[in-house]
Design a protein around this ligand. Structure first.
Ligand SMILES: NC(=O)c1ccc[n+]([C@@H]2O[C@H](COP(=O)([O-])OP(=O)(O)OC[C@H]3O[C@@H](n4cnc5c(N)ncnc54)[C@H](OP(=O)(O)O)[C@@H]3O)[C@@H](O)[C@H]2O)c1
Length: 227
């Protein structure tokens, strides 16, 4: 069976990715920021291994990649993310939170890609999915605000786009996905999708992606999102 590695897999969209791939019989490496997340991952039935990997801790990323050195990884789901403070009023910017968001949303996925590209390149499916947000889109930004989240996800898109080009030679297809507005701790209770609906649509997009889709920025319904 194929293998998937998911970041931020202890709750929300990441936990649902782990559940659905496990239900389909995949081998799942479900990683989480701290040991506290291992309990929820441990409740998933199937071939699931929980691993602590804070995407802001590069030493930890290298250690997990070293441990999984011999494992081909068919799909790498770069899901871990933070929003920053809920209220981000102009004049009250929290620059420390901004730095944290850049470490988690941008440097983390880059470092994880660097650490695991070889294992993805050795797999059958060779796919990377970056969970971004349509709030990153410049074209669609007509309402302003969300300085921290928008800028960090826009930077993630730039990184993932470059990776799609740099890793194409290794046969890796990278796609950038907006999961919809999902009812999670980040999305809140008013979102229009539950994690199961979002993730089953995202998994279809990942499964159907071909080298022709490399570097595309797609909504959960498969429609292209303008940069
Ligand atoms: N929900 C939405 O409507 C929506 C919309 C667009 C995009 N997204 C994106 O979808 C992804 C998942 O979001 P969600 O809605 O599931 O949010 P969530 O419920 O807040 O979950 C976020 C996950 O990321 C993990 N995480 C945060 N910092 C981390 C770090 N340094 N290392 C490893 N893991 C870390 C969290 O772990 P802890 O539990 O340890 O904090 C948690 O597992 C994010 O990238 C988010 O930006 C969500």
């Amino acid at each position: 069976m194929p293998t998937v590695l998911i970041t931020g897999a202890n709750r929300g969209i990441g936990l649902e990715f782990a559940r659905q791939y496990a239900t389909d019989g995949w081998r799942v490496f479900a990683t989480c920021r701290s040991g506290d997340g291992l309990g929820d991952i441990g409740m998933i039935e199937g071939d699931v291994e929980g691993l602590v990997m804070d995407v802001a801790d590069h030493g930890q990323i290298d250690a997990v990649a070293g441990r999984l050195h011999n494992e081909p990884i068919d799909v790498l789901v770069q899901n871990a993310g933070v929003m920053g403070p809920r209220r981000q009023p102009f004049g009250g910017t929290d620059y420390r939170e901004w730095e944290t968001a850049m470490r988690v949303n941008v440097f983390g996925p880059m470092k994880v890609a660097e650490a695991f590209a070889a294992q993805v390149g050795r797999s059958e499916q060779k796919r990377m999915a970056f969970i971004s947000s349509r709030l990153a889109s410049m074209t669609e930004n007509t309402s302003g605000a969300y300085f921290i989240y928008r800028s960090s996800k826009a930077a993630l898109n730039a990184v993932a786009k470059s990776l799609s080009i740099n890793l194409a030679g290794a046969g890796i297809t990278s796609i950038i996905l907006h999961p919809g507005w999902v009812r999670t701790r980040m999305g809140g209770p008013d979102g229009n999708l539950d994690p199961a609906e979002s993730v089953s649509a995202l998994r279809k997009l990942i499964a159907q992606s071909s080298p022709a889709d490399n570097g595309r920025f797609l909504n959960v319904d498969g429609a292209e999102i303008p940069w």
